[in-house]
Design a protein around this ligand. Structure first.
Ligand code: DX5
Ligand code: ZN
Length: 214
């Protein structure tokens, strides 16, 4: 079952409630929220208050992608604001196991993310503890970038590891996902596809979601 997670990074910020509802009506499965701090990545976006504001606008799970340093400081706030899934970058977490346990202690699903240059071996030991592995298919920070092909074998490696160790995880990809790259990600083993511009950049969002899913 393939899930589509439109990223509100590509939405119109002046009407986020409406944008989130349009993604839900279009058949999206999650709403992906890109949180950037201007330190871990060279851009600044939303905080817990924005998550709290969109929470009542949709029944869909809020998939919160933290691209921030010191995520432990903010995880409780994002959980209280209504996040359903919180994912942290391996590169930002010196005590990754503790951070994953912190997310879970709030009753929220926990994900781990790696940048395109980070090897899968960096997260293998944590995979049995997470609900989701997110593989960045662009360098995080901005929407609308080109898909990095060399991540495809990493998707296969995560899938193979999860099968071998019988881990029930979602495998998510994020960055440059469109109709064409979505197919290759699914073939490699991904089952959750984040799409920013490929959904919110299109006038017909329903068609955009269907095109990516099919
Ligand atoms: C990149 C973000 C992505 C971004 C994807 O740092 O994590 O979620 O919004 O945007 P597109 O789909 O336009 O590449
Ligand atoms: Zn993201």
């Amino acid at each position: 079952m393939i899930k589509i997670a439109p990223s509100i990074l590509a939405a119109d910020f002046s009407k986020l409630g409406e944008e989130v509802r349009s993604a839900e009506n279009a058949g999206a499965d999650y709403i992906h929220v890109d949180v950037m701090d201007g330190h871990f990545v060279p851009n600044i976006t939303f905080g817990p208050l924005a998550v709290k504001a969109i929470r009542p606008e949709t029944a869909l799970p809020l998939d919160v992608h933290l691209m921030i340093e010191h995520p432990d400081q903010y995880i409780p706030d994002f959980a209280k604001a209504g996040a359903d899934i919180i994912s942290v970058h391996e590169e930002a977490c010196p005590h990754l196991h503790r951070t994953i346990q912190l997310i879970k202690s709030h009753g929220v699903k926990a994900g781990v993310v790696i940048n395109p240059h980070t090897p899968v071996s960096a997260i293998e030991s944590i995979i049995p503890d997470v609900d989701l592995v997110l593989l960045m298919t662009v360098n995080p920070g901005f929407g609308g970038q080109s898909f990095i092909e060399s991540v495809l074998p990493k998707i296969r490696d995560v899938k193979a590891f999860a099968e071998l160790h019988q881990c029930e995880i979602d495998i998510e990809v994020d960055g440059g996902v469109n109709q064409d790259t979505a197919r290759r990600c699914i073939e490699a083993g991904a089952n959750v596809l984040v799409a920013g511009s490929a959904v919110f950049g299109q006038a017909d969002r329903k068609r955009a979601v269907e095109d990516i899913r099919n």
